[in-house]
Design a binder for this molecule. Structure first.
Ligand code: GCU
Length: 681
């Protein structure tokens, strides 16, 4: 198996992201042994060979040393001497590896070929450091079994949502105008980038499954198989979003009732054909009874009935069904204050705990509503001990600036993964999904920089790395990304580029939070496309009501005492902390409580003054980020620098619009002037 040069002629003009050829310099100039058999070992060999062709090193599959680098499978016989010395006492698992350096030889040992590939990319990350001094054996294993990206890509261009739903980076890399892209070189390069940060599963079509996309399961399965072939050499499995109504939509049956015998047979037959075509197929992703998608409710069945139907069909092949918990009433009456969208996932799913087959993975958005810049962690995560759970993050920046704003999301994800639903002594979210799945909605398209905003690449990279090791420090992940992406190709002063990127990115999520909806209240975005401010945009719509601002106060009362009772979905201590006005963390205050504008926060500021202060500060911080970036012209590739600069101009404009609309809105409602006398339009 030979892998074409990813940055070859077909990819001319596409940014190399975190794998510029120069990132392989340290490996490419050395002597390497790649020892073992299996498809992915071939990938490892080809990666090293390509680097050697560029930098003058040498790679062998057998033959006596000496070597600088040995990449070996533990099962190989006889194990090369350097590797035998660091052979671990216990197995490191299919995807794990050991890295060590002794007597001038760097060794990566893995039980399985995927582990060897991940070990190779570890060496790439270390660069020259991999070949210096001694290194005691370190064991690396992924914290999660599946590190998965969901693409919300449509095969057809959807009249409202376009080719990629909530996509901000151009068209799909898989599909174009109703057909697969013939040339999959871009997909191959994507797979390589993903393997380098640890991603091992992709779902290739939108969770909202329209007519053409439903056929991917049947007569267009070959298109999916072609993508699977390209992803396989990088250890990535393909999953497919399917419509619950497929038996009707593409199977010609009169019903999709999960308890109907013909429906069961249909899913069994179709799934068998999927596995004949794609033997390592991962499984199905399902959005059912959600925002208009069909589901089991139509037949008076529940979601355990629905999910188990598909799980049963997948079970003989070790396939899984990712069943999304994003189920809520999107046709509610804003006058009805008892309906609370935040409650919905728990109300639907917690009673079903224990009823799902063990190849059902309930996929839960990290917050109870919908990927807002600040939400509490979803209470579903603590409520279903007898169900396998995946947490879903949104890498695509639907509600966080749409890849026009710099918003490095790793600090938010780190908070989510580190949150302890049972309090300080209990397990963290990362432990709950440990050995399970972390899923992200991809932010990639056919844009030359992959992600529209070049700095949004860091979110994709960080997603993979945090899925592998949820305890990583976001600033350290950013450094890894900088070292791979920018250091090898830096125009001069690497440390200055690093300082600039940290200054612009480290706190960018909190900056975004400051100039948008305050104190966890959420939304306030323009309905439909969700970009830019519209304080009352959703307030009187059927989708949910989010702030309840009047002349006296703002926020949603979700307490048990006087509100929707949502706080009761948390175990203690959070059920008490969130219930209590005094105990509730400031950043979530308006998510849980309706308070007067003069309410004094834990910070000492009043709510209204906090709104003014954070909005002025957030907009200023974006201006400062732009200044730092402008100062760094010359340190970065000129076209990348220019693209980011243009986007920062837009971010400054948009942040000021947010500031002015939010401040003006609350000044007009409350009549309370800014304590510092700043101009509020
Ligand atoms: C959000 C988003 C939709 C998406 C949905 C989902 O509501 O705006 O475009 O389909 O999430 O996660 O299913």
């Amino acid at each position: 198996m030979t892998i074409p040069e990813p940055a070859g002629p077909d990819l001319a003009g596409v940014h190399a992201a975190w794998l510029p050829p120069e990132a392989f310099r340290a490996i490419g100039s050395r002597h390497t042994l790649v020892f073992g058999e299996g498809g992915l070992v071939g990938t490892v060999h080809d990666e090293v060979a390509r680097a050697c062709a560029r930098y003058g090193g040498r790679v062998r599959r057998a033959e006596a040393g000496p070597y600088d680098l040995v990449l070996a499978l533990t099962a190989g016989e006889p194990l090369p001497e350097a590797a035998a010395e660091v052979r671990p006492a216990e197995a490191v698992g299919d995807e794990g590896y050991v890295i060590a350096r002794r007597d001038g030889v760097t060794v990566v040992l893995a039980d399985g070929p995927a582990g060897l590939l991940y070990g190779l990319f570890h060496v790439v990350r270390l660069g020259e450091r991999a070949f210096a001094g001694e290194r005691r054996a370190e064991h690396h294993r992924p914290a999660t079994r599946r590190r998965m990206l969901d693409h919300w890509d449509n095969v057809d261009v959807h009249p409202v949502m376009g080719q990629v739903e909530r996509g901000y980076a151009g068209g799909s890399i898989f599909w174009r105008d109703g057909a697969p892209r013939g040339d999959l070189a871009r997909v191959r390069a994507y797979a390589r980038l993903l393997a380098a940060c640890g991603v091992n599963a992709i779902s290739v079509n939108n969770v909202n499954v329209h007519a053409t996309e439903a056929r991917l399961l049947t007569d267009r399965l070959g298109d999916v198989a072609a993508i699977a072939d390209v992803l396989r050499p990088y250890g990535i499995r393909v999953h497919l979003s399917v419509s619950f109504a497929s038996p009707v939509a593409v199977g010609g049956l009169p019903t999709a009732d999960p308890l109907d015998e013909d429906v069961r047979k249909w899913w069994t037959g179709v799934t068998g054909r999927v596995y004949e075509t794609i033997p390592d197929f991962g499984g199905y992703v399902v959005k059912a009874d959600s925002e208009g998608q069909p589901g089991p409710f139509a037949y008076g069945r529940d979601h355990a009935d629905g999910a188990n139907l598909l799980a049963e069909a997948l079970a003989p092949y070790d396939g899984v069904v990712h069943w999304r918990a994003f189920v809520y009433n999107h046709r509610q009456d804003w006058r009805d204050r008892s309906t609370d969208r935040a409650r919905a996932a728990y109300d639907h799913f917690a009673p079903l705990d224990g009823r799902f087959r063990d190849n059902v993975i309930l996929q839960v958005k990290h917050g109870p509503i919908d990927f807002q810049p600040r939400e509490p962690v979803s209470p579903v995560i603590a409520a279903m001990p007898a169900t396998r759970l995946a947490v879903e993050l949104q890498v695509t920046q639907e509600y966080t600036g749409q890849q026009r704003h710099v918003c490095y999301l790793a600090p938010m994800w780190r908070e989510v993964l580190g949150f302890r639903p049972w309090g300080p002594g209990g397990a963290a979210v990362a432990d709950v999904i440990g050995g399970g799945d972390l899923v992200g909605v991809s932010n990639v398209g056919d844009d030359p920089y992959w992600t529209g905003h070049p700095l949004a690449q860091a979110n994709l990279y960080a997603f993979g790395r945090l899925a592998w090791e949820p305890r990583l420090d976001p600033a350290a992940v950013l450094d890894e990304w900088i070292d791979l992406t920018f250091a090898p190709v830096a125009n001069g002063d690497v440390e200055r580029s690093r300082h600039t990127l940290h200054a612009v990115m480290d706190d960018s999520w909190r900056t975004y939070e400051r100039y948008t909806a305050p104190l966890g209240v959420g939304f306030m975005v323009r309905p439909g496309h969700h970009y830019g401010p519209d304080v009352d945009g959703y307030e009187y719509t059927p989708w949910g009501t989010y702030h309840f601002a009047d002349r006296d106060g703002v926020g949603v009362d979700r307490t048990r005492a006087t509100g929707t009772g949502f706080t009761g979905q948390y175990p203690p201590p959070w059920s008490e902390v969130y219930e209590s006005l005094a105990g509730c963390p400031d950043e979530l205050l308006l998510f849980f409580h309706h308070v007067p504008y003069g309410h004094v926060l834990r910070s000492g500021s009043t709510v209204i003054q906090h709104i003014y202060d954070t909005h002025f500060a957030g907009a200023e911080q974006v201006i400062e980020a732009r200044r730092r970036w402008e100062e760094a012209a010359g340190l970065f590739d000129p076209s990348l620098h220019a693209r980011v600069k243009d986007l920062l101009d837009e971010q400054v404009r948009c942040a000021q619009e947010w500031r002015d609309q939010v401040n003006a809105y609350f000044f007009r409602k409350s009549g309370v002037p800014d304590a510092h006398g700043r101009r509020i339009p």
